[in-house]
Design a protein around this ligand. Structure first.
Ligand code: ADP
Ligand code: MG
Length: 284
């Protein structure tokens, strides 16, 4: 049996084995081994500069200038490099952090770019392409802007259009880097509903989030620190909460309200009070 077959885990949408990555000679990721379960939502968190975006890009098979990489990445049971480009682009959709877009492009046309992997060379978009774009724009409440230029949108509106482009791909696996950037609370809740619906219909979602309370709504949490995996576990798991508190230097605490996990800031005053009570012992 080959090494690949021996180590493949069933039910994994994406799997990284011993992935190390350097940028311009500086090591960013250190032997990262992780499995992302199919049909689940995994959130990835960690301090600024932990390597979250770098890892997500590596999982998507993206190269940037000055990058050298080792290790293996498997998408849906096949080595990433073995996928024909268009087939891979139909199976894995990407929403990047601060993605540059042509400001003079119409919203509808930008979302249609998500259909490129489905279209023949220079072929006009099919009815299925138009339906996918329309559905994605309705899902993100962007339909009314379809004729506007992307450059005329606010940051949050633009982010929703980029989400629509990723949704229009109708890929089995979606990777999103800071998808909530600039979104107000109602649209954050919409995003949450959208991800939950995707997962219910069998898709796999992996999202980098810096909003820890939102990340805790996922099923699985991966915590990165200094280019290494510090923890992977269920969002409801106490070990995961302890690891979160540790990686963020105990400056947050995890609580539950109406069955939902939340992260609240822990100020130094609160922390000192707690430590004081602990030294006094129970009953004080
Ligand atoms: P995160 O998304 O967790 O905030 P990133 O993956 O963007 O972190 O960055 C991880 C580390 O890689 C950071 O220390 C960052 O400064 C460094 N880095 C990112 N891009 C480059 C680059 N082009 N050259 C050198 N270092 C880089
Ligand atoms: Mg980042």
């Amino acid at each position: 049996m080959s090494r690949k077959n021996a180590s493949a885990r069933p039910g994994m949408a994406l799997q990284a084995r011993d992935v190390s990555l350097s940028l311009h000679g500086q090591r960013i990721l250190h032997k990262v081994s992780l499995g992302f379960a199919a049909g689940r939502w995994t959130a990835m968190v960690g301090p600024n500069g932990a390597g979250k975006s770098t890892l997500l890009r590596a999982l998507a098979g993206m190269d940037v200038a000055g990058q050298s990489q080792s290790g293996e990445i498997e998408l849906l049971g096949r080595e990433l490099k073995q996928w024909p480009g268009r087939e891979r682009a139909r199976s894995l959709a990407w929403l990047g952090q601060n993605q540059p877009v042509a400001g003079d492009m119409a919203v509808y046309d930008l979302v249609m770019l998500g259909r490129l992997p489905h279209q023949g060379w220079l072929a006009a978009p099919s009815r299925a392409d138009h339906e996918a774009v329309e559905q994605a724009l309705h899902q993100t409440q962007g339909w009314d802007w379809r004729r506007r230029s992307v450059g005329s949108l606010s940051g949050g509106e633009r982010q929703r259009v980029l989400l629509a482009r990723a949704l229009a791909v109708q890929a089995e696996v979606l990777l999103m880097d800071e998808p909530l950037a600039n979104l107000d609370p109602p649209h954050q809740a919409d995003w949450l509903e959208c991800v939950q619906a995707l997962v219910e219909s069998g898709h796999t979602v992996i999202s980098v989030l810096h909003e820890i309370s939102m990340a805790l709504q996922a099923q699985e949490l991966v915590i990165l620190n200094q280019g290494r995996v510090l923890h992977q576990g269920a969002c409801s798991d106490q070990g995961t909460h302890a690891a979160l508190e540790e990686v963020f230097e105990h400056r947050l605490r995890i609580c539950s309200i109406d069955g939902q996990w939340l992260a609240l800031p822990r100020t130094r005053d609160v922390r000192q009070g707690l430590e004081h009570r602990q030294t006094l012992g129970p009953g004080r």
